[in-house]
Design a protein around this ligand. Structure first.
Ligand SMILES: [Fe+2]
Ligand SMILES: [Fe+2]
Length: 211
């Protein structure tokens, strides 16, 4: 992106945001749990799973935006490559959540554009700081996502084995993203920052559960 003008970068990012929000992402990776059937899922269980998956889908939208924002403002080429690879790996999760949402007949959150924009700007700000802070932010985000996924895995209706398999695989992948960010020098963030991040993600999870 180094040789692009500011206007070029803006349009590239705008285009990427539209693609992410409109579901034009890579769906090619095989979905975990594809062999489980949904025939034991009644309407109530379907609705509850749909609401939980809508939250996770928005989480993956935010992951795209965070990584892209960080990549854009990072001054370190190696870190930019890492953010690019991570964002591309996260498209797999986004595709799984999108597919599952439509199987459960649930619409994505109407708040996705708002959370994409907020996360993108947070990523821009964090990426412009030091490498160890930016990578530390990635590691902390992934750690908080893992905690959240564990809660959702236990809250899913027990008959919904398909969604459970997806969230379990996502938790494994997020763990490896967290470990890579730490290996690359991500530092532990100050307690205040960690609390603020947890509060903001609570706003996202509580609102997208309903709309
Ligand atoms: Fe993810
Ligand atoms: Fe991740």
């Amino acid at each position: 992106m180094r040789n692009f003008s500011l206007a070029d970068k803006f349009f590239i990012e705008f285009d990427e945001a539209i693609n992410t929000l409109s579901g034009k992402v890579n769906h090619r990776a095989e979905t975990p749990g594809k062999d489980f059937q949904d025939d034991k899922l009644d309407q109530k269980a379907r609705e509850e799973s749909g609401r939980l998956l809508r939250v996770n889908h928005c989480g993956e939208i935010c992951a795209q935006a965070l990584y892209r924002g960080q990549r854009l403002s990072s001054k370190n080429e190696k870190n930019r490559e890492f953010m690019e690879e991570a964002a591309s790996e996260e498209t797999k999760h986004l595709g799984w959540c999108e597919k599952r949402l439509s199987e459960l007949n649930t619409k994505p959150s109407i708040l996705n554009p708002f959370f994409y924009a907020t996360s993108f700007f947070a990523g821009l700000v964090v990426g412009a700081t030091t490498d160890k802070y930016s990578l530390g932010f990635t590691a902390e985000t992934e750690r908080q996502v893992m905690v959240h996924l564990s809660k959702h895995i236990s809250s899913l209706p027990s008959e919904d084995k398909k969604s459970k398999a997806i969230l379990e695989q996502m938790r494994l992948d997020e763990e490896s993203h967290k470990d890579s960010a730490i290996e690359r020098g991500g530092a532990e963030l100050p307690r205040g920052t960690r609390i603020l991040m947890a509060l903001l993600s609570k706003v996202m999870t509580k609102t997208t559960y309903w709309v």
